[in-house]
Design a protein around this ligand. Structure first.
Ligand code: AMP
Length: 404
């Protein structure tokens, strides 16, 4: 079914066309008619499924034109808020709707100015929104459409009390949408409290990682992790690669060494100032950096189109984080690879991930790499150069480096 049959306004459809989308993704197909009808919606869909457009396009259609503040989208992180607001503005470019993004860690100047001029939609992190409410610049009494995006991550980050305070300030007669990759009991409760007779749209299995991603595990001794990472980068034909570390210090260390090796590297974690984070993200988006090293929270929900590879320098502690991390690649049905470097200490966590995604991840040995320790590799006879290949290219072109 084409976008034009989903009940969207002509202006929203123009926005879709200008974004270059030809067909709706499954969540858009199912969610848009529900949102257009005014019903509440629980969307449980993995990242990269096109969920932003699934709520933004019907919002734009229903709000139609500039008036009062009527739409509110809550996001767990500043990066996500900025990204969703950019997408929103893009889809709304043929309307006169005004949007603003509010997040902390940055000055009030531009945000205040936009709020004073009048906006129709706010995309915000909970803290700064409450702050602006206290300062008297935001009143939620006319909010007709409320979106709680990445609700499970807002829960993880301890934002639920703030979210509740915000919801309480919105009118009862409103439409509420909630998106979450997983629905733990706390989120279920929030749904019962904040929503009225919601329709649930579940795309794919909640736990499954993006199906278009090719996974591989690279067992190695702890003191050879960096060496193996560098070798992987050397042999991989990537466009842009996102590397995950468990800690901020770890991310800094890995980035420093890669920089030393001559890679154009950006770092994204919460110890960086907002300005540094923006520079890193913009630089990565526009291709100035081909490698970005990040921690989980910083990279949550990041949408960078060309990410061809995700490399887990550290195995994530929580299996959900594995799914979220690799959701960065293989976005909206394109193809990507996800490599995970593992050591003997990670065996239990790897087993938990494999249980969580109901899938065995192949162990891969890098041929020609001077392994100090091979028991892990040998115990699970690996395919040499495992996995299928994306976009008709080879994963491991010997001697080829980085970008073509
Ligand atoms: P999201 O899950 O909202 O973060 O979207 C993931 C990516 O899919 C973004 O880069 C969108 O621009 C892209 N996208 C969303 N909807 C479509 C569509 N119908 N066709 C192609 N790409 C899309």
């Amino acid at each position: 079914m084409p976008f034009s049959k989903l009940g969207l306004s002509p202006k929203a459809l123009e926005g879709v066309r200008a974004s270059g989308y030809t067909d709706p993704t499954p969540i858009q197909l199912r969610a848009i008619p529900i949102v257009m009808s005014g019903q509440d919606l629980i969307g449980s869909a993995q990242t990269g499924t096109g969920k932003t457009a699934a709520f933004a396009l019907p919002m734009i259609s229903r709000l139609a034109q500039h008036g009062a503040l009527r739409g509110l989208v809550l996001e767990p992180t500043r990066e996500l808020a900025a990204q969703v607001e950019t997408a929103f503005r893009d889809y709304a470019r043929f309307t006169n709707l005004r949007t603003v993004v509010l997040y902390g860690g940055t000055g009030y100047g531009r945000q205040d100015q936009a709020l004073r001029q009048g906006v129709d939609v706010i995309v915000a992190t909970p803290g700064r929104l409450l702050d602006q409410m206290q300062r008297g610049l935001v009143r939620l009494h006319q909010i007709g459409i409320l979106v709680l995006d990445e609700a499970d991550r807002m829960l993880d980050m301890g934002f639920l009390p703030d979210v509740r305070r915000i919801v309480e300030r919105c009118p009862r007669a409103r439409q509420t949408m909630l998106f979450s990759a997983t629905i733990p009991p706390e989120i279920e409760q929030l749904c019962k409290w904040a929503m009225r007779d919601p329709e649930t749209v579940e795309i794919g299995q909640r736990r499954s990682p993006a199906e278009t991603v090719t996974h591989a595990l690279y067992p190695v001794a702890t003191d050879q992790k960096q060496e193996l990472l560098e070798e992987l980068l050397r042999r991989t034909d990537y466009d842009q690669v996102l590397i995950f570390c468990r800690t901020k210090h770890g991310a800094d260390r890995v980035a420093r060494k890669l920089h030393h090796e001559g890679h154009a590297v950006a770092v994204l974690h919460s110890n960086r100032t907002q300005h540094e984070r923006e520079l890193a993200l913009n630089g990565f988006r526009n291709g100035r950096y081909e490698v970005m090293v990040a921690t989980d929270i910083a990279a949550r929900g990041l949408d960078v189109e060309q990410i061809s590879h995700v490399i887990n320098f550290d195995v994530p502690h929580h299996p959900e984080d594995y799914v979220h991390r690799i959701g960065r690649t293989g976005r909206a049905q394109s193809v990507g690879d996800a490599f995970t470097i593992m050591t003997a200490e990670d065996l239990q966590e790897v087993a938990a991930i494999e249980r969580f995604i109901s899938q065995k991840i192949p162990r891969v040995k890098l041929e020609g790499f001077a392994y100090k320790y091979t028991r892990l590799v040998e115990e699970h006879p690996p395919p040499i150069f495992g996995g299928g290949r994306s976009r008709g290219r080879r994963s491991f072109g010997y001697g080829r480096r980085g970008r073509r």
